[in-house]
Design a protein around this ligand. Structure first.
Ligand code: MD3
Ligand code: FE
Length: 208
């Protein structure tokens, strides 16, 4: 399907960019990669409060929530191993939609497994390469996703993200607040046992 420019400049939705066969193939590859980098439940910095989602990463750098704060790490400290490589299909997706002269370094994987799983409003601001877009792919259950402005209290708009949808957040929308309000249980049969997987591709360092 054709990309849809949203009312927010730089925020582009590609509905059903991956067809059912491509979604299934990727889901199988992810389950295999999870054996080497098992998803874990992160804790909030300082308070140690556990998140409602589980996470893992692929790529040279993984995004991690540590007691001292958020950041990127070259190793998976929970599983004491480097992160698996970013799957080819995701590198190809970045090439197709990112319009950026260097590959992504991080693929953060968010698993929304429980009916109450959500992600509070935040900005993705831990990357030095803020000129690169963030590319996200949704798999499995549909979610209600919220995009706001540049301050926490700014008015926001919600969108649904369904399995196979790709969202590109770049240009003037790169630092907008956003979050996931809820996941609609039972809306997809892709993932065995249900739930939603979000894959977020990011360039972290400025290319040489
Ligand atoms: C809009 N993940 O991992 S991805 C995250 O569905 C994250 O799991 C959500 O936010 C998820 O940081 C949403 C889509 C997304 C990512 C970055 C954005 C939307 C964005 C940056 C600016 C505006
Ligand atoms: Fe985010």
């Amino acid at each position: 399907m054709k990309p849809v420019e949203t009312e927010f400049e730089g925020l582009t939705l590609y509905p059903r960019h991956l067809d059912a066969a491509a979604q299934k193939a990727l889901a199988i590859e992810l389950v295999q990669a999870f054996e080497r980098a098992p998803p874990y439940r992160p804790k909030m910095p300082r308070t140690g409060k556990p998140w409602s989602i589980r996470q893992t990463n692929f790529g040279a750098l993984g995004w991690v929530s540590q007691p001292q704060g958020y950041g990127y790490a070259a190793r998976d400290e929970v599983n004491n191993a480097p992160w698996p490589a970013i799957p080819e299909a995701l590198l190809a997706l970045w090439q197709e939609v990112a319009a950026y002269p260097a590959p992504p370094e991080c693929c953060l994987v968010n698993l929304y497994e429980e009916p109450r799983a959500r992600m509070g409003l935040h900005r993705d601001e831990d990357e030095a390469a803020l000129d690169a877009p963030v590319v996200s792919l949704s798999l499995g259950d549909t979610c209600v996703f919220r995009v706001g402005g540049f301050a926490r209290g700014d008015k926001s708009k919600s969108f649904r993200l369904s399995s196979g949808d790709v969202l590109v957040m770049g240009g003037p929308s790169r630092l907008r607040f956003h979050g996931v309000d809820r996941v609609i249980s039972g809306s997809s049969q892709l993932i065995p046992g249900g739930g939603r997987i979000n894959l977020t591709l990011r360039r972290v360092t400025k290319p040489a």
